[in-house]
Design a protein around this ligand. Structure first.
Ligand SMILES: *[C@@H]1O[C@H](CO)[C@@H](O)[C@H](O)[C@H]1NC(C)=O
Ligand SMILES: *[C@@H]1O[C@H](CO)[C@@H](O)[C@H](O)[C@H]1NC(C)=O
Ligand SMILES: *[C@@H]1O[C@H](CO)[C@@H](O)[C@H](O)[C@H]1NC(C)=O
Ligand SMILES: CC(=O)N[C@H]1CO[C@H](CO)[C@@H](O)[C@@H]1O
Length: 390
């Protein structure tokens, strides 16, 4: 279900605009945009003639009145000068080659618009950053606190895995947020489907965050100032508490703004510039620049929904990775480690739901690694064979 709610009106729900599109994929996936307007169809309007400027109305009139004596050679000569020339623009997006480039809009955004007035006056302000949270309503307190850390410079996008969307309207900010709902899906499933690089193109930075993060010590604008200052294309805030974390890299350092390298347990790093010693952030709270996201989006596999292993591969998308991937220490977050989606698994014989989820996570990690390895091998082999032939 996608429900868009508008900030620009305070009207009663029955009057307000709601878009609901419903699509069912297999059995589970539901997707709504609805218009809870009184039934209103565009065809019921009488289109004013000014909306049809390119049609020669006198010509149409002639057709209907039978006044064919009128001279319309001007039109005919216009048609002749084109001489049946077909439009074909190879540099247009694939599939849109038949369109004149001036009409092509290859990119979009999440900006909410009005249903009335001049389109050019719809948007008084265009946020430059996007933050997404994958949420269940049980975590509403946490998300409320987190969202309030993101100013009006952020578009807020919530992915709901528990089907509860309207409940969020108790929060004022919910009315300017975009709500996307599909039952029991993961952050990376949503990201692949709803954060296509062409859709999020207007945003300089994209936060793709989990719901169990404590943000008391986090300021989003200051964070981005540091990200810019240190040239980080892919980043995350440092994590507290230090104990119980898997990786040294993502632990918060108290004595600096940013760090890009770390020491790990002996034998864990084959190279000090490679994960998990550098060029590495976790998938819990990543922040991507527009360009980095355009690459990372393509690497996300449609079926590997947990995204395990992606963190080790992020470095494929930026160069040099050990300089452009890092952890911001002076704006940090608390990882609360609340098991959330993990509890949404199916109970299998003799196993708790979270066990099945955990097993799949591990399996996905090895699948992702082997896909990446064989893709790289295939590429190098293809290149290698050809280069040896020359
Ligand atoms: C229509 O107008 C063109 C010039 O504008 C003229 O050459 C032509 O003879 C006219 N045809 C008729 C049927 O009046
Ligand atoms: C229109 O196209 C045809 C075939 O391409 C060509 O033979 C003809 O000369 C063209 N006419 C004009 C007016 O350009
Ligand atoms: C939002 O962005 C503008 C322009 O970059 C900046 O001046 C303003 O301080 C930002 N708002 C907040 C709350 O930081
Ligand atoms: C073995 C192989 O694939 N060779 C190709 C290398 O690339 C040239 C053109 O760049 C092809 O003509 C060869 O067939």
């Amino acid at each position: 279900m996608v429900t868009t709610t508008r900030s620009s009106t305070n009207r009663k729900p029955s009057e307000s605009m709601r878009l609901i599109v419903t699509t069912f994929v297999g059995v589970i996936f539901g997707f709504f945009i609805g218009v809870s307007f009184p039934t209103l169809s565009i065809t019921k309007f009488n289109l004013p003639s000014s909306l049809l400027p390119s049609i020669d109305l006198s010509y149409i009139e002639d057709k209907y009145t039978g006044a064919s004596a009128k001279n319309n050679s001007r039109r005919l000569s216009n048609d002749k000068s084109l001489n049946g020339t077909k439009i074909w623009v190879p540099s247009n997006p694939r599939g849109a080659e038949r369109l004149p480039p001036g009409i092509v809009e290859a990119e979009s955004d999440f900006y909410l618009r009005r249903l009335w007035g001049r389109p050019s006056e719809d948007l008084t302000f265009k946020p430059k950053y996007l933050v997404t949270f994958t949420v269940g309503y049980d975590q509403k307190k946490n998300i409320d606190a987190a969202v309030k850390k993101f100013s009006e410079n952020f578009t807020i996008l919530l992915f709901h895995y528990d089907g509860r969307t309207t409940e969020w309207d108790e929060f004022e900010w919910s009315k300017r947020a975009i709500h996307v709902s599909a039952p029991k899906q993961t952050k990376w499933w949503y990201a692949k489907r709803f954060l296509h690089p062409d859709i999020v193109a207007p945003y300089d930075y994209i936060f793709i965050w989990d719901e169990d993060l404590g943000v008391e010590h986090f300021n989003a604008e200051k964070y981005l100032t540091l990200v810019r200052k240190h040239g980080l294309e892919i980043s995350q805030p440092g994590l507290e508490p230090n104990k119980g974390l898997t990786w040294q890299m993502t632990k918060r350092r108290g004595d600096r703004e940013v760090h890009k390298v770390t020491e790990e347990k002996p034998g864990w790093c084959t190279d000090p510039h490679l994960p998990p010693c550098a060029a590495f952030v976790e998938i819990m709270a990543p922040v991507f620049s527009r360009d980095a996201w355009r690459c990372v989006w393509h690497m996300i596999q449609n079926d590997l929904v947990h995204g395990w292993g992606l963190d080790f591969a992020l470095r494929k998308c930026v160069e040099p990775a050990h300089e452009k991937i890092g952890v911001v220490d002076s704006q940090w977050i608390i990882h609360q480690g609340v098991p959330t989606l993990g509890n949404q698994g199916e109970t299998q014989i003799g196993k708790a739901p979270w066990q099945g989820v955990r097993e799949r996570c591990r399996k996905e990690w090895t699948m992702f690694q082997s896909r990446l390895t064989s893709a790289e091998n295939a590429y190098y082999k293809a290149v290698g064979i050809n280069s040896t032939a020359h």
